[in-house]
Design a protein around this ligand. Sequence first.
Ligand code: SAM
Length: 515
Amino acid sequence: MPTNEGVEVQQSQIPGAGRGLFARIAFSPGDTVAAVDRPLVTELETERMLDTCAWCCQRGATTDIEKRMAASMGLPHGFTEIKSCTGCHRVGYCSRACQTKAWKREHKYECKVISAKEVPDLPAGVRGAVKILGRLKADPDNEFAHVRSILKFWPVGDPNGLNQISTQDKKRYEDFQFLGHAAWLYCGKPEIDTLNPKSISIGVVTNTMSNASALSSGLDGVPLGIGFDPLISSANHSCDPNASLVFNQPRHEIRALRNINAGEEIFIPYVEVTNPFSVRQAELKENYFFTCQCTKCKKGANLEADKFLERPEDLGNEYRKKADRRVAAVEAEAYAVLENELARSDEMKETIQMCIGSKMWHWTRQPVPQLCRRLGTLYLESASIYPAFRVGVKLHIEILPALYPQEFCQDRLLNAWAVSTLINVLCGTAHEEVYKELAQGGIELRIIYFGFLFYLREHTPRMFGSGTPFRKVIENTYEQIMAGVSVPEAEIKKKIEAAWPSLEALAHNVTVSSL
Ligand SMILES: C[S@@+](CC[C@H](N)C(=O)[O-])C[C@H]1O[C@@H](n2cnc3c(N)ncnc32)[C@H](O)[C@@H]1O
């Protein structure tokens, strides 16, 4: 059980931002600042309810093909079996131990409610509220403290918060009211001494749904659900964060990204912070209903993330207005494609070509990096392994180091892991041609694979810690691979050093036309 003595909740240093999380002691990069074994509210997305453990959030493969594919890549869901609850058949667990813990703490309050055929799949916030109300009814004296800690959060905790939501987004405001009401009805309109369960239900739904963090698996980035915990969620957002939120299925950890002094406020990113000013502000407003007042946003649209290769502001007045409009149009179109879940790889590619081809974007200006990441995933989904590998290498060598200075940043590790699994596939007999062609250019993929594996082994502990699902997969892979290798590690490292410049050359040669 983590003690969390190194942090405390105090008034934030950002005016109007309410409370924030503060360091009581100094932290170094990679240190765990605060952690909870499992957030107070952890809810799976509806699509994940039958293939993911409702307690520890480990995902299992549902089809044999997916199982075999995941197992061949060493991914845990290739080995995880999810068995559904025999009471409701709506949620599942990976083990008896998880099922027992879930039942004791919360599932006993929702099992009957969700088992009824006429009850549709309820949204995550509603399921969370059903369990909270069940717990509250069973043990009001102890559980009210939990409820109070949820209701303290903005927007419900702030006297003007709800007005602000209803003015900004009436539809979302009404949805929260409706869903909170629904949770209360599904629970059978519980009555609890001196408390008002209906308004508690609305408050819980509103606050969890507007403050929760999105949970995804570190190993394959699959969205799993939402998490909300009063301690972890006390950390405010900054577009220049000094810490990062890590989800170690199901543990939540805040880890330092740089040195943090005692007394300093801890800030984590709620959204992608490498986006330009206007995109960050719009995302925070839309999803979290606030105007970001962090130190980076206070400087306005004047930082690296907002700059173009050829700056419209350098043009003469006569051209500037036109250029500004065109840049805005290209940017809007690029983000629209990025956000379109149905976009295909050719659209993704064309959009990157449009940005870079305009000569105003560089590879490290958003949304190009995010488009590259999506393009890599789309290539992988269509089994275009070599193109996915090339994009992954471009990201690893050129793009991500420019965006995230620390080697141990989640995005860099996740991409390195994805590339290493692609190399593994490329080393198989089905890709002999590619293997040979690359070897002729000095890129011996088996050696490069070790480069990625050693990189991951060296840097994961500072972001994911040891003994975590991500770390375990890397350690297991390392042990299996090294068991079959007779060459000393130091010698492999020398070979990696010799092969790396060719990989860097490949990254630089990935141009828009060769994507
Ligand atoms: C998850 S809560 C954090 C805890 C919150 N400060 C509280 O007192 O309950 C998120 C809310 O904190 C405030 N907040 C967080 N980061 C902020 C920032 N960078 N600028 C302004 N307000 C911020 C917003 O009101 C936001 O809705």
